[in-house]
Design a protein. Structure first.
Length: 242
């Protein structure tokens, strides 16, 4: 088993490679990511309202919830699949600058546990879902329905797996199903098969929820927007890979 210092170094190196915008800060006491105060949540929501007044409440709700949960989810997926580390998610906080948008995470110590990938997934998937439910019940979703909030969680999990394994096809859906089943989110998100411009098989997120980013001035719907037909999504995914 590797010592905590080695595990921390491995995690930091991998996060810097895959997710450089998410800085890891060690030795900082803070509320857990799932226990942020209502004032912090309101500051984030108000920031989005000021920045995108034209987008409306549907966008503000979906975006603020996604911003509150994406860092813990992405870090858990990276830790499990690239580092074989169990993160102490119940002790991890998030760094909130003046804007209210989470930027980086805070750990009170650098003591991490090594484990087999499947064991890491089982432990952190349960901790993530428990944390997301706690945050939702505390008002973190700002009016988003529980069903839609859970779909955003599932989207983040699948998106994180696609980031870790950008060219993998075989077995990736099984990994996604393991995460989602453990979290009680079966069917809340999935994968869509497509061929890139080179004719290679690839996977993308099969979203069930719209993020409403097209409501922001100057922005279009995403390639995988569920408001499109399947054929439209496949065409846009192929075109985006050129």
């Amino acid at each position: 088993m590797l010592r905590s210092a080695c595990l921390l170094a491995r995690l930091q190196e991998t996060v810097n490679e895959l997710l450089p915008e998410c800085a890891l800060h060690i030795g900082f006491e803070s509320p857990a990511w799932s226990a942020v105060g209502t004032e912090t949540i309101a500051r984030l929501h108000n920031y989005l309202q000021r920045q995108y007044p034209e987008a409306g409440a549907r966008y503000w709700r979906a975006r603020s919830w996604g911003l509150l949960i994406w860092q813990p989810i992405y870090l858990a997926v990276i830790a499990a699949h690239r580092c074989q580390i169990v993160l102490p998610l119940n002790e991890m906080g998030q760094d909130f600058p003046a804007s209210g948008i989470p930027s980086g995470v805070l750990f009170p110590h650098g003591e991490f546990t090594q484990g087999q990938t499947r064991a890491c997934v089982q432990r952190m998937a349960q901790d993530l879902m428990q944390g997301c439910r706690h945050l939702y019940n505390a008002g973190g979703a700002s009016g988003l329905t529980q069903k839609n909030a859970e779909r955003v969680v599932a989207d983040c999990v699948v998106s994180a797996l696609l980031m870790v394994y950008p060219a993998r096809v075989d077995g990736l859906e099984e990994l996604g199903n393991t995460w989602l089943t453990t979290m009680g989110l079966e069917g809340a998100a999935g994968f869509i098969h497509y061929q890139n411009a080179a004719g290679e098989s690839r996977l993308a997120l099969d979203k069930k929820n719209c993020c409403f980013r097209y409501l922001c001035h100057g922005r279009a719907s995403c390639d995988i927007c569920p408001r499109q037909t399947r054929d439209q999504r496949l065409q846009r995914l192929s075109e985006a890979s050129t």
